[in-house]
Design a protein around this ligand. Structure first.
Ligand SMILES: Cc1ncc(COP(=O)(O)O)c(C=O)c1O
Length: 384
């Protein structure tokens, strides 16, 4: 029997980090000591109060059953309350909030819920690969990748976007560039989407990874003609726990819930209860909880060491105000640069993995301690 992938699946390129993992495994087999700044997976632990709640809740019989695909009422209430404390936005936990299995699935499922075959999805280039990959291709939709430009601060310019698109994805704080935006920008994008009958999907997965006093806004501060995706992954170092949320317009949330109802049965209840503990760490508006602030100080030091080191090597780098990514201009092709780096055991991600328009850039995730960053910079000195 010949087990052939569906035409839809055949159209999908291999997921970026799967390819990079294979290259790393090859090098490790050759005995190379790898310093991996590739995937954006925090090396810091989940805060202890969250782990403690998980341990207590996992043993309770009522928590071992199915949840619901829209999530537990108690977590939806906590997310709604958190939106009030963190962003000053009032949301209805029953109609405007959906718990998700990390934000990745919701970013994919929202297009399943609203985009028809042949319709257009706008995705930034560079951008998180799911927008132009699974979200578009599994739907047999058409993706228009709109270039983000360095001279525009890597902000998606709606004047560059095609009218008549069904859906548009934007993401700030931005992966991979580290760029940030303000509420006025989000209002401009939301107004444009409303005027053009385009669904505004805002990916706010890095909303809490901010430095130097910057606090990322929510798209809902600009209005509710949007759906916003958030995540526990980066905020609380919980990538493996698979917990996120979608908040926004009630019709968009209803579509997401209907889609998810056919696909998943919700995050484990004990994981959701632990998530509530995380959100309850937030006590004051405009301020990160101490435990998150301490994590951000660790990333901040690493960011500074790497940015300054790369600048000394002659690379052009902007000090990011958010995310744990450093986006560097390489002066040569992205893939060529990444391959040279791999020769000295240092992994970074070629910009072209995030979109076709950023050849000449690479992304470093500062998920390694300062001594390893210094070691990587020493190795890189040999290359330049
Ligand atoms: C921009 C962006 N959005 C969404 C995600 C998905 O994160 P998760 O599914 O862990 O919430 C990521 C993960 O790296 C990301 O970079």
């Amino acid at each position: 029997m010949n087990y052939e992938f569906s035409e839809r699946l055949q159209k999908l390129p291999p997921y970026l980090f799967v390819r990079i993992e294979q290259m790393i495994a090859e090098k490790r087999k050759q005995g190379v000591d790898i310093i991996d700044f590739g995937i954006g997976d925090p090396d810091l632990p989940t805060p202890q109060p969250i782990v403690d709640t998980l341990c207590q809740e996992a043993g309770r019989p009522g928590n071992q059953n199915y949840s619901s695909s829209q999530g537990e009422k108690s977590l939806r209430d906590a997310i709604a309350k958190w939106y009030g404390v963190r962003f000053g936005v009032e949301v209805d936990p029953d109609t405007e909030v959906c718990v998700t299995l990390g934000s990745k699935e919701a970013i994919f499922n929202i297009s399943q819920a609203f985009v028809n075959c042949g319709e257009t999805i706008v995705a930034p280039s560079p951008g998180y690969p799911v927008y132009s990959g699974a979200s578009t291709l599994f739907n047999e939709a058409k993706c228009v990748q709109v270039p983000l430009q360095e001279k525009k601060g890597w902000l998606l310019d709606v004047d560059d976007c095609p009218k008549g698109a069904k859906m548009l994805y934007a993401n700030y704080p931005n992966n991979p560039t580290g760029a940030t935006c303000d509420v006025a920008y989000l209002k401009k994008v939301q107004d444009w989407c409303r005027d053009n009958n385009t669904i505004f999907c805002y990916d706010n997965a890095y909303s809490e990874m901010c430095f130097d006093g910057y606090m990322a806004p929510s798209a809902l501060q600009a209005g509710k003609d949007c759906i916003e995706f958030g995540s526990f992954s980066k905020t609380f170092n919980m990538t493996g726990w698979r917990l996120g949320y979608a908040v926004g317009n009630k019709d968009l949330i209803a579509g997401l819930k209907k889609c998810k109802g056919q696909i998943d049965s919700g995050a484990p209840i004990f994981v959701q209860k632990a998530g509530i503990t995380g959100l309850e760490l937030y006590k004051e508006s405009g301020k990160l909880p101490e435990i998150i602030q301490r994590n951000m100080e660790v990333y901040s030091e690493r960011r500074s060491v790497l940015v300054e080191g790369l600048r000394k090597l002659g690379l052009e780098v902007v000090m990011p105000k958010a995310t744990f990514y450093v986006w560097a201009k390489t002066g040569m092709g992205s893939a060529e640069f990444a391959e040279k780096m791999l020769d000295v055991g240092v992994v970074c991600t070629p910009g072209t993995g995030f979109g076709p328009t950023v050849d000449g850039f690479v992304r470093f995730a500062v998920t390694k301690p300062v001594d390893r960053i210094r070691e990587a910079l020493t190795r890189m000195e040999k290359l330049f």
